[in-house]
Write a protein that binds this ligand. Structure first.
Ligand code: UD1
Ligand code: CA
Length: 457
């Protein structure tokens, strides 16, 4: 195997997206298109990747960080001109260079590897990845010799004759080149075409005319060929990728009740016997462990859910949930929360930056913010932590086995000791010692017969 390099083209503006965000940063299944491409390139074994940036390049650079090196293309004069910008890093090396566009997020590492193996086995100077599609509008067509079937050149849609436009085999804009031949041929590319651009595909014709071996490798997964140029294509890519992700997890033993209505991000991980109900959205880097049941209509983001837990009609963000936990319906777990095993958060309960101990329960209408709650605590209906004094947030500590009656206000900073009991309706401003009963409300007065007297007046 030769040395393998990769160049990812990402300098274009993506005018057709009509967006302030650079095209290649638009997300497919929760991940920027260019990150999909870079990750597949890296997992296909191309160690050194050079990304060509230009339009809003700083944003692209920030997204990818130090996972690759960058070169600038200050003026977007075409894909051939873009590749040329990598010359200072690559031109004098021998080996195989994969060139791929950042707007083709569906091309898999397997295909990239198969393409480069094929290219090297054939001893070709260039091998283009092609696909046959139903609608080739806008794409480059592969022109083959009618007799030998050899690839002669690629013609862009805008430059193609009516007859050429009838060809269904297209250029996916992914290629393998002999690195030295690539940079030598790029010197000969001109911009004499309909778009006045320096086309990378012209390198094929140049090499062919020099008598070099020019090859094509066809992917049979037409969906891979999808280039995302506008929002319609973006939604189609999303659909295809979602199907891929969902089917992958189904094969790993996850049940999807309604796969078309279930969204799992590319970076999430699901374990066997998990059941996902309709309307489940799992975002970011989330993990759902064995046998859990999520949904209907639930959102999990950057969170870990332990085994055999249930999350119904609820939202869990940047938090950790243990095993055998029941959340919902209609609960909201906000960032930096930890819900330990066997805990329960019921209807209209909001938890923020809090720890809920093992077996503890807040079943109805509570707000628990900046709270540290021990094991087997019962938070009664409507009880809340008063964590904010208008300037700062304060911590409420509730120790193991404490019982908070209904509709209590725990004014932080405050500690409710182990096994203590807070009477319903209390507003607690002072610490409650362990095993004590705290009453903090006016005593009830009954005025007997008062209403009868009132009526006679
Ligand atoms: C390109 C191919 C076409 C192929 C299609 C597949 C050319 C001339 N055409 O067309 O044959 O069928 O992809 O999707 O290559 N870019 C730069 N600098 C530039 C121009 C583009 O970095 O000066 C980058 C873009 O950011 C993008 C990629 O190159 O990631 C492809 O450019 P785009 O304008 O989308 O090319 P297509 O018209 O789709
Ligand atoms: Ca494109």
């Amino acid at each position: 195997m030769s040395n393998r390099y990769a160049i990812i083209l990402a300098a274009g503006q993506g005018t057709r997206m009509k967006s302030k965000l650079p095209k290649v940063l638009h997300q497919v299944c929760g991940k920027p298109m260019i990150s999909h491409v870079l990750e597949q390139v890296q997992s296909a074994g191309f160690e050194k990747s050079t990304v060509v940036i230009g339009h809003q390049g700083e944003e692209v650079k920030e997204t990818l960080g130090d996972r690759c090196q960058f070169v600038w293309q200050h003026e977007q004069l075409g894909t051939g001109h873009a590749v040329k910008q990598a010359a200072p890093h690559l031109a004098d090396r021998s080996g195989t260079t994969l060139v791929i566009s950042a707007d083709t997020p569906m091309i898999s590492a397997e295909t990239m590897k198969a393409l480069s193996d094929y290219h090297e086995d054939r001893g070709a100077k260039v091998t283009v990845l092609t696909a046959r599609v139903d609608d080739a509008t806008g794409l480059g067509r592969i022109i083959r010799d009618p007799e030998s079937g050899d690839v002669l050149r690629i013609v862009e849609h805008k430059d193609a004759t009516l007859k050429e436009r009838g060809i269904s085999e297209i250029n996916t804009a992914t290629y393998c080149f002999d690195n030295e031949a690539l940079f030598a041929a790029l010197e000969k590319v001109t911009n004499e075409n309909a778009q006045n651009e320096y086309y990378l595909p012209d390198v094929l014709e140049i090499l062919k005319n020099e008598g070099e071996r020019v090859a094509a490798f066809e992917t049979h997964d037409g969906a891979e060929a999808m280039g995302v140029n506008d929002r319609l294509a973006l939604s189609q890519a999303e659909q295809v990728m979602r199907k891929r992700i969902n089917e992958h997890w189904m094969k790993q033993g996850v049940t999807f009740i309604a796969p078309d209505q279930t969204y799992v991000s590319a970076d999430s991980e699901l374990h066997p016997d998990t059941i996902l109900h309709p309307g489940t959205v799992i975002r970011g880097k989330s993990i759902v462990h064995e046998g859990s049941e999520i949904g209907p209509n639930s959102e999990i983001e950057d969170s870990t859910i332990g085994s055999y837990s249930t999350i119904k009609q609820s939202v869990v963000i940047k938090s950790t949930v243990g095993r055998d936990v029941n959340i919902g319906p209609f609960a909201h777990v906000r960032p930096e929360s930890t819900i330990h095993d066997e805990a329960k958060l019921g209807n209209f309960v909001e938890v923020k930056k809090s720890t809920i101990g093992k077996g503890s329960k807040a079943n109805h209408l509570s707000y628990l913010g900046d709270a540290s709650i021990g094991e087997n605590v019962n938070v009664g209906c409507g009880s809340i932590t008063v964590n904010y004094d208008g300037k700062e947030k304060h911590v409420t500590t509730i120790e193991d086995g404490a019982f908070i009656g209904c509709n209590a206000n725990l004014v932080a900073p405050v500690t409710i000791g182990k096994g203590a009991f807070v009477a319903a309706g209390s507003t607690i401003t002072d610490d409650v010692p362990g095993d004590s009963l705290a009453l903090a409300r006016a005593r009830q007065t009954n005025k007997t017969g008062y209403m009868n007297k009132n009526d006679k007046k």
